[in-house]
Design a protein around this ligand. Sequence first.
Ligand code: ME8
Length: 517
Amino acid sequence: MKEKYYISTAIAYTSGKPHIGNTYEIVLADAIARYKRAKGYDVYFQTGTDEHGEKIELKAKDAGLTPKEFVDNVSTDIKRIWDVMNTSYDKFVRTTDELHEKQVQKIFKKMYDKGDIYKGEYKGLYCTPCESFWTESQLVDGKCPDCGREVEEASEEAYFFRLSKYQDKLVDYINEHPEFIQPESRKNEMLNNFIKPGLQDLCVSRTSFTWGIPVDFDDKHVVYVWLDALTNYITNIGFDVDNPSETFNKYWPADLHLIGKDIIRFHTIYWPCFLWSLDIELPKQVFGHPWLLTNNDKIGKSRGNAIYADDLADLVGVDAVRYYVLHEIPFANDGNLTYELLVERYNSDLANILGNLVNRTISMAKKYFDGVVPAANNLEEVDKDLINVVTSTVSKVDESMDNLRVADAIDNVFEIFRRSNKYIDETCPWTLAKEGNTERLQTVIYNLLESIRIGSVLLHSFLPETSEKIFKQLNTDLTDYESINEFGKLVVGNTLNDPEPLFVRIDKDKFLEELQK
Ligand code: ME8
C-alpha cells in the first residue's frame, strides 16, 4: 500500500486572468506533487477556481455577461494556463460545481444546527475588493490591511460563526504543532497579531449581493465566500456531513495546503475552526509561500504591471519559466522577476550549465564512441569526487524537499551539472582522445553520461519536459528514483540518440529590444 499525499493549492479567483505570481503557486505545488509521486506516494493534487462573490458579480456586469458566463470564461483560461505550465494536478475544482454547492449548504446547516452559526447583525468596515469586514484596530492607516484600499461602513443582517468558541483550542493547537504553519515566522504573526488579541465571531453570510451559494434555509443570504472557498478542500474529495466517502477517508487530512502569504490567516484561523465544527481533523500543514514581485513591486491585476505565464512561455519556453519561478523565490522571502533577470538565468543556468553540458557530453560520446555508452574503468580521485557529489545530491534534494525548500532543491540538482562541467575541464576528454588514452576517455564519458542521467531523474519534478528530452537523448528508460540509488546503472553498450540543443542562447539586447516593440 502506497502512503497517500494530498496537496492542494489555493483556488484562484475568477476575477481575471491569473498573473505569473498566481501561476508560481501551481508550479511550486506541481514540483512537490511530482517529487512525491517519484518517491512512491499515492499523490492527490487538487487545484481550481474560486468563483463566487460580489467582486466577481460586479466584474461580470462590467463585461456585460452573467456571472456564470463570466466565471466559465475565466476558469477555462486559468485551467488553460495551468496546462500550458505542464502542471500535473489530479483534479481541477470549481466552486460553482453542483456537488460543491450542495455540500456547502449542508455544511452551513450542520454548523447552524450545532449552534456554531447564529443569526445577528453585522456592522463594520467593509473592503469590497477583498470582501472582508475589518475592525477599526485592524486597519492600517485607516485602510484595508490586505490591499490598502478605502473601507466603508456597512451593516447587514447576517449569520455568524462562533470563532470565539475555538480561540483557546486554536492557540493550544498551534503551539503544540509547530509544523502546522510554515514558515515558522508566520506562526508567530498569526498568534500574536490575530489570535491572541481576541477572535471575534465571523460573519459568514451576505445579503447585499446574490452571486454566491444560497443558504438553503434562508435564501436571501448567500454563504460568505471564504466558507464557500475553504471547504473546496473537503467537498471535492467526497466529504459529506452525513456520510463521508471512502476517498475522503483515504485522503483527508490533507498533507499540505500550499497558499500565498496573504491568505495564511484564512487557512490557519478560520479553516481550523470550521473543521473542528464539523468534527474533522485539521490539515497537517499550511505553507504560506512568499510572493513574486515584478521589478520589486507587487503584481496587481489592476496595477497594469501584470506579467502572464503563457506570454513568458511563448518567449522563453515553459521549462525556463518554471525554472525561473522555482529557483528565484526562496523559502521565506519574496522573489523578483524582471525580463533582464529572466534572460540572464536562462543563459547562465539553462543554456550554459545544463544545455551545454548535455550537448557537449552526448556529442563527445558520438564522436569518440559512435554514440555507444562506454564502460568505466579504474576510478581516479577526480572521478570519485564527481560520483560523491552526484550521489550525495540525492539525499540533499530529499532534505530540501522535505522542508519545502524547493528553490534549494533545484539548486542542489544544478550542483550535479555544475560539478560535471568542472569535471570536463579537469579531465579534458579531447586531450585524452588526442593521446589515444581510450580507457581513461571511456571512464570520463561514462561518468558524465551517468551524472547527467541521475541529474535528469532529479530534475524531472521541476522541469519535466527538459528531463524527458535528456532521457530521450540518453536513450534510457532508467528514469525512476530506484535507478539512482547507486551510481553506475546506465547500461553500457546502449546507443545514444543524436544530441539536440535543449536551450538555445538568447541575445539579451535583441530580446529586450523586441519586447519594447
Ligand atoms: O486568494 N506571488 O485567490 P487569488 C505569489 N481565491 N503568489 C501570489 C501572488 C504573487 N505575486 N499574488 C497572489 C485567492 N498569489 C482566493 C483563495 S483558497 C480557499 C481561496 C497567490 O486568485 C495568493 O496568495 O487572489 C493565493 O495563494 C493564490 O495566488 C491565488 O490568489
